[in-house]
Design a binder for this molecule. Structure first.
Ligand code: SF4
Ligand code: FES
Length: 337
């Protein structure tokens, strides 16, 4: 068998070998850690994403072994493929850090600073970027774009003021559901996410638009204003679902499941898309086989109220039916005593 060709790239001084066709962003993800550029629009599980938000800009200081000239401008790492011998600077380049600050400033021009009341707070990529790169003052003097909130069906609410036009939800609707009824209408400053004459988004997988939205523009109406995410306890669980993999994260408040989401990986991307039945209609512990507490990065605000040992909801300990359903979990609980 022919030996697989690998291209050598150096990102922020760290070498990595990747297959031809790999983007700089994915090469950086193979290394992992702080040198991975932020990505607000690229989503590895959705084809065609990327190239919209510019948060992933990096500097290519050496084009390749054959042509070592640097690239004249910063490039979107999610859309630029690697060349053999390429050298890339991300957090080690003052130009990139400066550019990222400017991108964040641009993204925040129309985005309201309503984190204290936004359901996405604590899980919002723009909030993280604002924290890392944002400035305390705005230089923008004009009126911000404002929209009325729109109910897209009975489970999803669109708050267009917060949308950064990343297109992820449009790709979800195109690729994961069987019928897309929403998209981006208008051009330039008039662009907005809209359903065609406010059609209802009702597909088995439509709820995934909530999980891929990097900000709080698309929120789960069954969870809105129920709790701050850092007061909840996420637990991985699964069920035999005929429609999807049934692998989810349950978000507990005391003994109650107040939200069900898909599981997310270290880059904040959904591991497997889940169906609406799992997301909206299975909010009892008895519906699920519990696994382990969801691993949460120490950097995340959610970790502030976290625990390292399994801390199952009290209801399991006292309810024989739930114990029957979750025998493994009960055994773990007993072991911890
Ligand atoms: S609603 Fe969310 S996912 Fe859709 S384009 Fe706007 S920011 Fe992106
Ligand atoms: S993640 Fe690359 S442009 Fe948005």
């Amino acid at each position: 068998m022919a030996e697989e060709v690998k291209l050598k790239v150096i990102i922020d001084g760290i070498p990595v070998e990747v297959a031809p066709g790999t983007t700089i962003l994915n090469a950086a993800r193979e290394i992992g850690g702080d040198i991975v550029p932020p990505a607000m629009c690229y989503y590895s599980k959705l084809e065609g994403t990327g190239g919209k938000c510019r948060t992933c800009l990096v500097k290519v200081s050496k084009g390749s072994e054959k042509d070592p000239r640097p690239m004249p401008k910063l490039v979107a790492s999610c859309r630029t493929t690697v060349m053999d011998g390429m050298e890339v600077e991300n957090i080690t380049s003052p130009d990139v850090v400066e550019a990222r600050k400017a991108i964040v400033e641009m993204l925040l021009i129309n985005h309201p600073l309503d984190c204290p009341v936004c359901d996405q707070a604590g899980e919002c990529k723009l909030q993280d970027l604002g924290f890392e790169h944002g400035s305390a003052q705005t230089r923008y003097e004009f009126d911000r774009r404002t929209f009325e909130r729109i109910d897209i069906g009975d489970k999803i609410q669109l708050h267009m003021n917060r949308c950064i036009l990343c297109y992820r939800c449009v790709f979800v609707a195109d690729q994961i559901t069987d019928k897309r009824v929403h998209g981006i209408i208008g051009r330039g400053d008039h662009s907005e996410i809209s359903t065609y004459i406010q059609n209802v988004v009702e597909n088995d997988f439509s709820g995934n638009v909530i999980d891929v939205c990097p900000v709080g523009a698309l929120t789960d109406k069954t969870f809105r204003f129920k709790n701050r995410v850092w007061f909840t306890k996420p637990v991985d669980a699964h069920r035999d679902c005929p429609t999807c993999s049934g692998k989810v994260t349950l978000w507990y408040k005391g003994p109650d499941v107040i939200r069900v989401t898909a599981r997310k990986d270290e880059f904040g991307e959904v591991e497997e898309f889940i169906c609406n039945t799992c997301r909206y209609d299975k909010k009892e512990t008895i519906d699920w086989k519990l696994e382990e507490p969801t691993p949460i990065s120490d950097q995340s605000v959610i970790a502030s109220n976290h625990y390292t040992r399994f801390n199952p909801p009290a209801v399991i300990k006292i309810d024989p039916v739930l114990q029957e359903q979750n025998l493994e979990q009960l055994a773990r609980t007993e072991k911890l005593k």
